[in-house]
Design a binder for this molecule. Sequence first.
Ligand SMILES: [Mn+2]
Length: 446
Amino acid sequence: MTAAPQDNLSALYPAHLAEIQQRSADALSACRRDTLAIAAGQPHLWFLDDEGYPFRANPHFLHWLPLAEAPGSWIVFTPGHKPKLVFLQPRDYWHVVPAAPSGYWTQHFDIVTIRTPDAARVHLPKDPARCAILGEANAAVGDFAPNNPEAALHLLHYRRALKTPYEVTLMRVASKLGVHGHRAAEKAFRAGLSEFDIHCRYLEATRLTEHELPYGNIIALDAHGAVLHYMHQDRNPPAHAHSFLIDAGGRFHGYASDITRTYASPDADEWQALIDAVDTSQQGFCAKVRTGQDYAQLHLHAHHVLMQMMHEQGFITCSAEAAVANGISSAFFPHGLGHLIGLQVHDVAGFARDESGATIPKPDGHPYPYLRCTRTLAPGMAVTIEPGLYFIDMLLAELKTKPAAKDVVWNKVDAFRKYGGIRIEDDVVCTSDSPLNLTREAFAAV
Ligand SMILES: [Mn+2]
């Protein structure tokens, strides 16, 4: 018998909260204020409409509490005092109102319940100028308006890359949710369903609505896999799909998983062989998610490994080094190796050098333009590792005009355009020891 996640969470939460309080105290010192106030936020309406966008809570708010659906609520923290939750539970028969707070975290807060957003004001500090107030402008309550001091945000964003064991547990759950969806989606592909129907099977298996997903699903059959952010969903299936690329995640208590898999139909042996080769390479990159690893270096390493593989499989005739130098690698692998992940799918501070807001710029030129992370890995950092190989008409047409075109075996490349592309993506936590691969762990368990 394994412990229920809720048991783990109640055991892990106090240390998480202590860490967040320490970071918050340091952020207040950095911006020379006394009290931190964090607005959960307010929903946004569409232009000239009384309907609006799905609500997404302020990630700073979710860092403290697993309350993804508490618009109008506030956290107030003065170092040395118990944190306070000002909880908006409107009297409203039009909507479902948020349930009264319950669970493992409530004992750690002084909780006051309010019935209207403006009622928060008397529970917030008198002098806004002495507060770091984090949130969007529309969360303002009278004179108490978000000021988002940069010095506080830089520190909090920099340290947010380091996940506490409590956060890793939430990300484990998000990974399992996503893998339930991926399993169902693979089955639906094998049954010959359309992109739209595969998407529906994904939602059904995760028990998440589209609004609860961490990002819009990418469900791409055949050549659609060559569109990096393919958000369309064909309602009708192709006569016979040979390839399926799915990039889809889960979300739990605000934390995201970001998972990509690529599948071949049983008669597409050459495609399966290439998927297997990318998968082997990808696991090698995951194994390098270790303390002290420079992420930009890992990205460059990935380009070399993938080009070596392309050479061995007969797509290119030049060396891997030459293919990286002359731009061939950027035509086939035109995005970054991955990014930080946590409360946001592309979590903040991927380029941060330190807590002060200094950055580590990307190296100039290819293969770096779309890299999202230049940090050096440390225990607790969670990153994605998502190498890809694509047959993108636009990039191949550009490549054909360059001197490097002579190093490409075009008839072989052309024969693979119909498969679209391969991406394999795992979420990996750097530890003081071996990397913790949340995605592979979830696939093994589900
Ligand atoms: Mn990703």
